[in-house]
Design a protein. Structure first.
Length: 382
């Protein structure tokens, strides 16, 4: 748990899921800089306050008394916000409105606070979606670490909302200030993006995928997924298959096309990803093909012993930090959810050493295929 001193009081904050061994904080200097700027400048927070990209709820929790609308793409971030509100602001928690990036934004926004995301595409999409709600007197302030704010970031704010400038750096964080110009002409939101897959990748060769903004490798097929698609297990008969960390859903869609008797479950912690996966699946499978699409914390909500096959290309970043915590939770969750004899297939960079973790969790691990960069591993539940 991290103590965060704000102009609105002391907060005890955690990430989600909470882990006492976790060394990463649930807030950083960018969150602190933004909150102190609002307080020092006497920003009027009486109107509708929209907080976009609030990673672990530090901003929404601090401003809870002002009934902010939090808009985010992360299920884990939403759960962290709920836990941090309950711990620090139980009286004001019900006044905080939580929306996903797929929900309809407020009709009017008087204060727009943007925590700059890692994905420039997601920022572009969210600014376009919020632009109609911004008026000439809206206070627009973005924040991020200096490594997260680039010329392209400022150009996006300016092209979509209005004239933009940046602040001096404080503790390696910066602010972005935009003066809204509602009458300016702006281009249409280019998201979602759709493209046809290349040949040579099995059942999905030539198929069209849908990518909403922020999905990993949204403009092309990433090489790790391509490697997995080229070596998918050959299966038949009725079974439950999970595309874990589904992204745009191309892996699960390939599994469904290769074995029409299977039932697919697409899981991701990103609302944008799950929306992408559903559109990709529906565009390529017959109407009524069995599939479920869930925004979740990995396999946490899947019944034990209910799954035959899990396909996984785990992430190893949490915002700007490198971590294996997500992969570890995915692997342990998969083992719990698999039936005896069920299989987990994992693709990853060779240097990540996933085979060591899988042997610890499953007691076995076999290399299915490998090249100079990637390895495809198979673990079986005993």
């Amino acid at each position: 748990m991290n103590r965060f001193s704000t102009p609105w009081g002391e907060l005890d904050l955690t990430r989600f899921p909470e882990d006492p061994r976790e060394q990463l904080r649930a807030w950083d200097a960018a969150d602190d800089y933004l909150l102190r700027h609002l307080a020092d400048g006497g920003t009027d927070l009486a109107g509708t306050v929209a907080v976009v990209g609030d990673r672990w709820g530090a901003l929404a929790t601090a401003l809870a008394a002002h009934r902010p609308v939090q808009i985010g793409d992360s299920y884990l971030g939403r759960q962290a916000t709920l836990a941090n509100l309950a711990r620090n602001r139980p009286q004001e928690a019900e006044g905080v409105r939580l929306l996903s990036t797929r929900d309809t934004p407020p009709d009017r926004v008087d204060v727009l606070l943007v925590r700059v995301p890692k994905s420039l595409a997601l920022l572009e999409d969210q600014l376009h979606r919020l632009a109609p709600a911004v008026h000439r007197d809206t206070v627009v302030v973005g924040t991020g670490m200096v490594t997260e704010i680039h010329t392209s970031t400022l150009e996006l704010f300016e092209s979509v909302l209005g004239p933009t400038r940046t602040s001096l750096a404080v503790r390696k964080a910066r602010l972005i200030h935009t003066a809204p110009d509602p009458g300016r002409a702006r281009s249409a939101d280019p998201w979602p993006l759709r493209y046809a897959l290349p040949d040579g990748i099995g059942a999905v060769s030539g198929r069209t995928v849908t990518n909403h903004a922020g999905v990993f490798c949204a403009d092309r097929l990433d090489i790790g997924t391509r490697f997995l698609l080229q070596h998918l297990p050959e299966r038949s008969g009725a079974e439950t298959v999970v595309d874990l960390g589904c992204g745009n859903g191309v892996v699960g869609t390939a599994a469904a096309l290769a074995n029409p008797a299977s039932e697919l479950l697409f899981l991701d912690e990103s609302y944008q990803a799950v929306a992408s996966a559903e559109e990709t699946f529906r565009a390529n499978l017959p109407a009524g093909a069995p599939a479920r699409f869930e925004v979740a914390d990995g396999m946490a909500g899947v019944a034990p012993g209910s799954v035959d096959l899990v396909l996984n290309n785990p992430p190893f970043h949490s915002h700007q930090a490198l971590t294996d915590a997500t992969a570890w939770r995915m692997f342990t969750g998969a083992r719990r959810a698999l039936r005896p004899g069920g299989e987990l297939w994992v693709v990853g960079n060779r240097h990540l050493g996933y085979h060591v973790k899988l042997r610890r969790i499953f007691g076995n691990c076999r290399t299915v295929a490998s090249d100079r960069k990637f390895v495809l591993l198979r673990a079986v539940k005993g």
